[in-house]
Ligand binder design. Sequence first.
Ligand SMILES: Nc1ncnc2c1ncn2[C@@H]1O[C@H](COP(=O)(O)OP(=O)(O)OP(=O)(O)O)[C@@H](O)[C@H]1O
Length: 291
Amino acid sequence: MTSGNKNMSKDAILKVEHLSMKFGGLMAINDLSFEAKRGEITALIGPNGAGKTTVFNCITGFYKPTMGMITLKQKSGKEFLLERLSDFEIPKKAKVARTFQNIRLFSGLTVLENLLVAQHNTLMKASGYTILGLLGLPAYKKAEEKSIETARYWLEKAELIDRADDPAGDLPYGAQRRLEIARAMCTGPELLCLDEPAAGLNPRESLALNTLLNGIRDDVGTSIMLIEHDMSVVMEISDHVVVLEYGQKISDGTPEHVQNDPKVIAAYLGVEDEELDEAISDVEAIAGGNV
Ligand SMILES: Nc1ncnc2c1ncn2[C@@H]1O[C@H](COP(=O)(O)OP(=O)(O)OP(=O)(O)O)[C@@H](O)[C@H]1O
C-alpha cells in the first residue's frame, strides 16, 4: 500500500449514508454507510453476492436506491446527491466515471479513436453544435488539439502509446482493461469507479494495472473506488477497504486492519452466524492470518 498524495486534503469525496436496495423480497444492501476520501483508492470487497456491484450501480445511477443518500463532493465544494441524478447526468455533472466487469470498448476503432470518442461531448460543446463551428471556429480547433493531447497523455500513462493506431479489439486482454481506464480518465472524472479491473489479468498485466492506478491517484489526484476479488491488488494499492457481507458492512479501515479482522476472515471462510464467535476465537488464536 502507498500513502497517497500527502498534499491533498483528505475530506470525503463520497459519502454513502444508510443505503438500502431491495429487489423484491431480497435486501441486497441493508443500511450501508461508508466514506471514500478524496485522493485515495477505496476498495469494496466481500464474498460473491455480498452486494458490491449493487452499491456501484447505485453510485453510478444504474439503480435507484430503495433508501439512503449518496453525496459526491467535488474539489470545488459543489455537492451532488447522486441518487437524484440520472445515469447520464452522473458522469456529466457529478464527474463520476466507471468501467464494467466486462470490457466495453469500440473494438473496431483504434486505440486513439477510443480515447477521442470519449471526449466527444467537450468537442461538440466547442463547436457550438453547428457545422460552421466544426469547420472553422478557433475554439473547436483548440478543443481538438487539447483532446489529442489528453489522449496522448493517457496512452503514455497506460503504456499503450505504441499501440495507438491498432484496433482496440486486437490488444491483449490486460491492455484492453488499461485502455478502458484511460478512456474513462479522458472524461476528466473526479471519482473513477472500477468494477473488478484485475479480473483475468496475468501477473505482469496486474503490475501494469497497479502502476496505472497509482499514477492516477498520485500524479492526477483522482479518487478511485474499486471492486476487486484479487486480494494482492487490493492489499497492494488500496488506502482504505470497506468489506461487505450479505449487503452489510462488516469491516472498514486500512488494508492491514481488514485483513486481520476476524469477521472478515470468517466471512471469506464461509462461516455461519451461529459459528461466528467460535470462528473469531479460533482466528484470533492464529496471529497474522491472511484473508
Ligand atoms: N437486478 C437484480 N435483480 C434481482 N436481484 C439482484 C439484482 N442485482 C443483484 N441482485 C442480487 O443482489 C445480491 C447482491 O448482488 P451483487 O451483484 O451486488 O453482489 P456482488 O458482491 O457484486 O457479487 P459478485 O462478487 O459475485 O459480483 C445478490 O443476491 C444478487 O443476486
